[in-house]
Design a protein around this ligand. Structure first.
Ligand code: NDP
Length: 326
């Protein structure tokens, strides 16, 4: 079977498309025939080795899978079931989805919502499921559409695109921050009502600025996250899920202690199963399938490596699904 394999022999970090035997799959109670996987920012980091995402070698990257159960001894799954996998260290410490088959612990799987095909589920992928976790965190803390504008940073990327789409369908007024003004039409079609240049947020700013955001989905980190917190309204909620600008957080405590701003971290990888099931249930309810098509590009497995390089350069719009059988 075909798989992308990352090796790091004698510090020679290398990713290649190769043939492996099924015997090389790890232990696990469910074997899944993969239909689609995806390229997230994390695959960019894993495949290029720019960040230590992969912690065991050789490793097949791919934190996302949509496919069909081939064999199972897990009580919840039988051959023929359609399933989704996001995270749980797959593609980092356990061989991942950029392969024709994957074997894993059935507890990590989520049943595919009936509404989605495998391709649509992967168009959503970890990026979309993370966007939903952000929206659920905003809701949980009382950020309703009448409270004001919601800022989405890294708007033209995967998490950003899905976040805009969900929030606008739920009736929020969404402002998209992007470094790609040429994508303004795309972002408006997804539901953004206003676009701002990401440079307004990406430089070192003041501890507090004019209050604007009722809530935010930040995929960027660094000065951008600090500036978002500094311009969030009294009692507003900032969900922080990404580090596309940087992992640092050069902020002051001023917005938290003087405006009661809530900074809510979001992790998709080890998020508990009940929350994942709820996120996928909500995605089936609150994400417009026509927007899924608008934000998605399909590539064959043979193009996964160059696409992973492109995503780190900020040259990928929306979501990329990988057809592992093409
Ligand atoms: P994408 O590459 O698709 O999107 C990231 C976007 O960030 C880009 O499209 C670009 O948007 C913007 N961006 C890129 N570089 C910079 C920069 N230097 N300064 C400011 N903005 C920048 O990635 P994903 O959507 O897949 O992931 C987004 C982030 O969220 C990543 O850091 C990823 O690791 C993280 N993530 C975290 C998860 C979690 O569990 N916490 C789960 C999923 C993702 P634009 O062109 O519009 O400016």
């Amino acid at each position: 079977m075909k798989a992308i394999v990352i090796t790091n022999d004698d510090n020679n970090y290398k990713a290649e498309l190769t043939d492996i035997s099924e015997d090389q799959l790890p232990e696990g109670d469910v074997t899944v025939k993969v239909d689609y996987s995806t390229i997230n920012f994390k695959e960019g980091l894993a495949i290029t080795g720019k960040s230590p995402v992969v912690r065991k070698f050789p490793m097949t990257p791919g934190i996302d899978v949509a496919g069909t159960v081939e064999t199972s001894t897990h009580p919840d799954y039988k051959a023929g079931d359609k399933v989704i996998l996001n995270g749980w260290g797959v593609g980092e410490v356990h061989p991942g989805g950029l392969a024709e088959k994957i074997r894993l612990n059935g507890d990590w799987l989520v049943p595919m919502p009936e509404k989605f095909s495998s391709k649509q589920a992967m168009a959503i992928g970890t990026a979309g499921y993370t966007a939903m976790l952000c929206v659920m965190a905003l809701e949980r803390q009382g950020v309703t559409p009448d409270k004001g504008e919601i800022l989405v940073t890294g708007a033209a990327g995967g998490v950003g695109s899905v976040a805009i789409s969900i929030l606008s369908k739920l009736g929020y007024t969404v402002v998209a921050s992007t470094g790609r003004p040429e994508e303004a039409d795309y972002l408006k079609k997804l539901g953004a009502s206003d676009i701002i240049d990401r440079n307004e947020l990406s430089e070192k700013g003041r501890p507090m600025g004019k209050e604007r955001w009722a809530g935010a989905v930040d995929t960027v980190g660094s000065h951008t996250l600090a500036n978002v917190c500094a311009t969030t309204k009294y009692g507003g909620v900032v969900t922080a899920c990404g580090l596309a600008q940087g992992m640092d957080f050069p902020a002051t405590v001023a917005p938290f202690i003087l405006r009661g701003v809530i900074l809510n971290g979001i992790d998709s990888v080890y998020c508990p199963k009940e929350t994942r099931l709820e996120a996928w249930r909500r995605l089936a309810e609150d994400l417009d399938t026509s927007n899924i098509d608008l934000m998605t590009t399909e590539v064959p497995l043979s193009e996964a490596i160059p696409t992973a390089e492109k995503i780190l350069e900020g040259k990928v719009r929306g979501r990329v699904v990988v057809n592992v059988n093409a």
